[in-house]
Design a protein around this ligand. Structure first.
Ligand SMILES: Cc1cc2nc3c(=O)[nH]c(=O)nc-3n(C[C@H](O)[C@H](O)[C@H](O)COP(=O)(O)OP(=O)(O)OC[C@H]3O[C@@H](n4cnc5c(N)ncnc54)[C@H](O)[C@@H]3O)c2cc1C
Length: 357
């Protein structure tokens, strides 16, 4: 998302661009996403719900997103929802194929299957975070088991490594990630089902780890990101969601809890009766659903300033090096914010900064 937005904006400003896309297709995780591009209603809400994030970067997202959304509309992208349906947020839901197509048609050269050259200048790092590098995730996020990768497979920390090698500092929140609880193995979770298989009802469930110990943030946040991060710290990065009969009819983002449970079962996930668990269950529940923490993108990353310039530890910018999207960290630390929104905002800003340099 960030790289495509930057390239389109850069061309509007008269620059030549080349997109190096390591994967076999364009669109990265954006193409797999629900494609709701949103911001919190105001900075105070952003601060409250992502308290560890950089306030100035958050302000920039609040102030610049609406322009970015209008710009995407102007490129002819199909809008699916005119609002997010969440009173805390404003934004649009786009069709991810239409968004990818509109952006990819407006950029110049795209070199598929090629990683960006290390020494290009100016260079925008937009490799999408480091969730695809299992070893790095183990070292930095330190989950208590292998997380399920709920993202494109190519975002494996190349931007972060390149920036750090050139002396960049890193942001807050390096051990945080955004993700969803997903049906645990042996469930089959192909990328086209990353959205439909999400188990987004932890706050309506009793959450036990595999030893039978109850755990969960209290209360669980609206996005459930905190719960998913807590699951990651439990044995096998897994949990059981126990749901009672009443919860099955609860609607969340257009789907009932019962439908989400059914989707897990159909995918081959473990959906058991509580007495089949082999652990003591307090209370009466209809189903026990085995879930695993799925990682969508990392929250921490390269440190940037308001011009999307990569910063050294001492706060000085590194000449000709920019970062945006999930490569640029510390915007949503302590909570969850739209990754597509920051990719759009800072991707466009990077192009504008480069055009003035
Ligand atoms: C199932 C799912 C649902 C989601 N739903 C939402 C949502 O509704 N709203 C929201 O805001 N966010 C959502 N997200 C998150 C959103 O997709 C990401 O935050 C966003 O795509 C990040 O943008 P990006 O440009 O950093 O990364 P990406 O869009 O992933 O793009 C990064 C690109 O860099 C490429 N790349 C990696 N390494 C290299 C290299 N060395 N050289 C060249 N290319 C490289 C990758 O192949 C990829 O194409 C969702 C994600 C998923 C997977």
């Amino acid at each position: 998302m960030a790289g495509l937005c930057a390239a389109v904006r850069a061309r509007e400003l008269g620059l030549d661009t080349v997109i190096y896309e390591k994967g076999e297709r364009v669109g990265g995780s954006m193409l797999l996403s629900s494609c709701v591009v949103w911001r919190y209603r105001d900075l105070a809400t952003f601060r409250e719900l992502c308290p560890g994030g950089d306030e100035e970067l958050q302000r920039e997202v609040i102030e610049r997103l609406d322009d970015g959304l209008a710009w995407l509309r102007g490129l002819g992208v199909d809008v699916v929802w005119e609002e997010t349906g969440n009173p805390l947020t404003v934004g649009l839901r786009f069709d991810p194929r239409s968004l990818t197509h509109a952006l990819a048609s407006a950029v110049g050269e795209i070199r598929l299957g090629e990683a960006a050259p290390q020494d290009a200048e100016p260079l925008l790092l937009a490799s999408g975070g480091f969730q695809g590098d299992r070893k790095l995730v183990r070292q930095v996020v330190h989950p208590d088991g292998e997380l399920l990768l709920r993202a494109n497979p190519w975002s494996a920390g190349d931007g972060l490594r390149l920036a750090v090698a050139r002396g960049a500092g890193v942001s807050s929140g390096m051990d945080e990630f955004y993700g969803r609880a997903m049906p645990a193995p042996p469930a089959a979770v192909p990328e086209e089902r990353f959205v439909s298989l999400a188990q987004l009802y932890g706050r309506h469930a009793l959450v036990l780890d595999e030893r039978g110990d109850e755990f969960a943030p209290d209360p669980v946040s609206w996005s459930e990101t905190d719960l998913v991060q807590a699951i990651a710290q439990r044995p096998n990065a897994s949990a059981w969601y126990l749901v009672d009969e009443d919860a099955l009819d609860v609607e969340i983002r257009g789907r009932s809890v019962g439908e989400m449970v059914e989707a897990a079962r159909e995918a081959g996930g473990e959906v058991l009766l509580p007495n089949e668990l082999g652990i003591e269950v307090p209370g009466t529940y209809r189903y026990a659903v085995h879930v695993i923490a799925g990682i969508t993108h990392t929250v921490g990353g390269v440190r940037i300033d308001l011009q999307a310039r990569v910063l050294r530890e001492d706060g000085t910018p590194i000449h000709g090096l920019y970062a945006a999207g999930a490569d640029a960290g510390g915007i949503a630390t302590g909570g969850y914010a739209s990754g597509l929104a920051s990719a759009l905002v800072f991707g466009r800003i990077a192009a504008e900064t480069a055009a003035l340099a």
